[in-house]
Every structure is written in structure tokens, then in C-alpha cells.
Design a protein around this ligand. Sequence first.
Ligand code: NDP
Length: 310
Amino acid sequence: MTDIRLTLNNGTTIPALGLGTWQSPKGEVAAAVEYALTQTGIRHIDAAYVYQNEQEVGEGIKKAIESGKVTREEIFVTTKVFPSYHTRVAESLDKSLKNLGLDYVDLLLIHWPVGFNPNGNHELFPRLEDGTTIDLDPSFDVVKTWKQFEAVYKTGKTKAIGVSNFSIAILEDLLPHVEVVPAVDQIESHPFLAQPELVAFAKSKGILIEAYSPLGSTGGPLLKLPEIVKIAEKHNASPASVLISWHLKEGRIVLPKSVTPARISSNTIVVSLDKDDLEVLDSLHKTHKPIRNIKPAWGANRLKFPDWTE
Ligand code: NDP
């Protein structure tokens, strides 16, 4: 288990290894969170309003605290404001706090730099009449949403604020107008989507990278890729540990998801990657076409990631 903590640009610290909770089913996620916090040393939980399981995540946190093995102050909890709430940030945070059973979170993120119609035909995914196209809000303004983040930050209901799915271009739209620089940018990140320009840009602005879908998301497709398996075999480690350790070694936060106790546990085993391993892992994005697994239809072009054009 790693006890690496990284320092955010507001001086607070964040455990570098967190547990993801997207697609973690109700009925399983409370136990997974409790297990992670009480049995493995994990101290960081990545949640979101849109995952619709915050209540169960909160139950897991509550049970872990009640066990006496961990205190609220030792746990780092993140949640996110979804695009249908881009005009109602304080309301979204209050709903998340109620769901989680907490009086503050440690980090609140703009989940995606887009806005959906806040008065549409669905709370989270409003659609146009054709039933398939998302009902976007053309008046979305990332700066206006960020100003609401700065306001909730001042209330103390969140200890830090950040962004997610922000490309360099979108960060450049936002940064000249901020009072508080985002603490993190949570993005899809693994050796096949390394995005070194974005990573360097964020670093130059004091923004930490949080790597989501580090195993390739649902089913962990990257775990089978031969380059990863080879390094895992060399170290007698799991491919998941290799992918997770790569981020830890290079100073990024990493958020693998699992509801399987044995995997939650083994994902905390850090591999001592050597220079040769890092050379391979750092060059895979040059020899492979980008693999981007999280591509909601409304993101193409609009989010301005160079590899995501359709
Ligand atoms: P991951 O890359 O973490 O992969 C999760 C999948 O890998 C699950 O199917 C899990 O199965 C499986 N898995 C986990 N560990 C192992 C292992 N050791 N061996 C084999 N299989 C394994 O995917 P996510 O997309 O969930 O990303 C992680 C987290 O990042 C999310 O849960 C969420 O918190 C965050 N995220 C944020 C996004 C954003 O827009 N900000 C978008 C996407 C993710 P099982 O659970 O059955 O064990």
C-alpha cells in the first residue's frame, strides 16, 4: 500500500491512490468502500452525483468510521457537479452532501465542461425530441460555473475545487478569469492516452492530474495488452498494479475502480518500475493510436481534445 500524498495548490494534501465508484452497483459499493477504508489503507474515495450511488458510498464511509479504524479527517472524498447542474452548483453540492451523509467534501469538480438544459426532460440526461441527442444548454459558460465553484469553496462545504475532462484549450478559456486556480484536472489517463502536453500544461499552472479509467474502464481492457502483461510478468505483479504504479511513480493521482475485495486489495500493491519499464510505458502513446474509452457523444470536438474529433 502506498501512503503517497500529493500537495494541492491550496496547501491541503490528497492521497495519491483513490478508489473509483462509477458503475459500482448499489448493493456492492457500500461494502467495497468500507473494505477499502478498513482493510487496505485506501484513504481516498472518488464519487459523483451522476453515479447515483452516493448514498451507498456514504454508508461505506460511515461504517468505516464507526469501526474506529479511520476518522473522517483521514478520508479524502471527492464528488462532482454534472452538466445539468452547471447553473446550480450549490444545490448539487448540497444534494451530494446529503447523499453522502457528510458535512463537507474534500474536493468538488466540474464533471464535464459542458452544460445540459437545467429545465430539460430529465434531471441528469435531458434529451431533445428525437430521444437520443442530449439537450445542451447553449448559454453554458465555463467561467460562470467556476465562479459558483469559488463561491461554494468559500463556504467550507468543500475543501478544494477542481475540474474534470478539461483539455488545454478549455483550461486556457478558464484560467485568465479565475480567483482560485483549479486544484486538479481529472482526465482519462493511461499509457495509451498519456497526453503529455496536457500533463505538462497542467503542471505549469499548479494543477495536479488525476487519472481516471487507468485500467481502460469497464472490464479493464488494458490489462490484456501485451506490453503491460510483459512488464507485469517481469515483476511478478498484476497488470493492474503496473498501470496504477506508473501514475504514482510520475506524480499523478490514480483512481482505479473495483467492487471486488481481492482486486481492491491487490490494486494497492505498488510495483517498483525501473528505467526500462518507464521508457516503454512513456512511449506507448507514440507507437499506438490513442485509446480513449470514455467518449460520450456530446464531447467530440466540443471538449477540444486533439484526439477526440468524432
Ligand atoms: P477502471 O479503469 O478503474 O477499470 C474498472 C474495471 O476494471 C472494472 O470492470 C473492474 O471490475 C476492473 N478491475 C479493477 N481492478 C482489477 C484487477 N486488479 N484485475 C482485473 N480487473 C480489475 O475504470 P473506471 O472507468 O471505473 O475509472 C475509474 C474511476 O475513475 C471511476 O470509477 C470514477 O470514479 C472515475 N472516472 C471519472 C470520470 C470522469 O468523467 N471524471 C470518467 C470515468 C471514470 P470489478 O469492479 O468488477 O472488480
